[in-house]
Design a protein around this ligand. Structure first.
Ligand code: AKB
Length: 331
């Protein structure tokens, strides 16, 4: 129930008690800025609190509420949830697959201990909790084409292990304590205005920038290394539609979502339709070993059946929209 005006810290005119108040952790990463924009469009600017441990650039500060939140500091998070009257928690803080292998203790702290903090707080304060999962939650023993929602999951990266842990812990907190935990397994996400950091699928973002700057791209995956990918608008829409879906429709708590699937050589062919002079060399490194244990194509029939998931962007549409956005930027 809404409190009397006098009890509030913020001007009541700017807070709508009938829509969720949403905290996004790790919001300065690839997905947070875009998600805040989508959710602010739906629920109002003041309802969405971006947070991270870094100083935010001016345009973020001007776009709406932003706070320092360290997911490893339970009290700090608890204070924000209480003071800001948070209803939903979107937990983006994580080390990605490639960078996780370089600093395993840090990946364990951020991806596993951090998750424990948000799960416990979601239980205490009845928060609706979203934690992204990934194609990286599968491994060499999983079927790769297509990979169903329920199958063998034996990942070989700390990132993958921490994401399977998150899926299982979230589902356990749902069964045991009724926490409204939700997770989507995302493919590699491709965005123009924000960059991924330390992932195995990052080449598929970098190639667009390289095409428009140096005209040369060195790819760390083999030319035929096929992976599921998704344009960021589809990813953010999937997240917000899934969060709004009534619980009764959900047969699972963790769903695969799919849009397109391509290899570096297929992406290069499409990129060359826009930048014909692009030169590409292949120099596979440790990320190739990670990628070749991941799904090639996701089976997302569960998401399509239960909450009407539909992607909108395929490979040619993706390239068109990336170049439309980036060409003016690079002049
Ligand atoms: C990564 O490459 O680590 C991420 C992912 C697929 O989860 N982009």
């Amino acid at each position: 129930a809404a409190e009397p005006e006098s009890d509030r810290d913020e001007p009541v005119s700017e807070i709508n008690p009938d829509v969720p108040r949403i905290l996004i952790t790790g919001s300065l990463g690839q997905l947070g800025t875009g998600l805040a924009k989508v959710l602010r469009g739906k629920y109002g600017k003041q309802q969405i609190i971006m947070s991270d441990i870094m100083k935010a650039p001016r345009h973020i500060l001007e776009s709406g509420p932003y706070l320092y939140a360290d997911i490893l500091d339970f009290k700090n998070l608890q204070e924000i949830i209480v003071n800001e009257r948070v209803d939903w928690l979107i937990h983006f803080s994580a080390l990605l697959s490639a960078v996780g292998e370089v600093n395993i203790p840090l990946a364990m702290r951020v991806n596993i201990e951090g998750l424990h903090n948000v799960l416990e707080l979601s239980k205490q304060y009845q928060l609706k909790l979203f934690v992204p999962s990934t194609i990286g939650a599968f491994g060499p023993d999983s079927p790769r084409n297509p990979t169903p929602d329920l199958t063998i999951q034996r990942p070989r990266t700390i990132y993958g292990v921490s994401k399977v842990h998150a899926e299982l812990m979230g589902e356990y907190y749902n069964h045991r304590f009724g926490v409204d935990f939700r997770s989507l397994r995302f493919p590699g996400i491709i965005s123009a205005d924000t960059n991924p950091g330390g992932g195995t699928t990052d080449y598929a973002v970098q190639i667009f920038h390289d095409a428009l700057t140096t005209g040369k791209h060195e790819c760390y995956l083999k030319p035929d290394c096929r992976l599921p990918m998704m344009y960021i608008d589809d990813c953010l829409r999937a997240l917000s539609e899934y969060m709004e879906s009534p619980q009764e429709l959900l047969r699972y708590r963790t769903y695969n979502v799919h849009a397109m699937s391509f290899s570096p050589e297929e992406l290069v062919e499409e990129v060359r339709k826009h930048v014909p002079h692009l030169e590409v060399t292949y120099k596979p490194d440790g990320r190739q070993n990670i990628a070749e244990a991941w799904p090639q194509v996701f089976d997302d029939s569960g998401a399509r059946r239960d909450w009407n998931w539909e992607h909108r962007y395929n490979l040619s549409h993706l390239c068109e929209i990336m170049f439309n956005y980036l060409k003016p930027k690079y002049g």
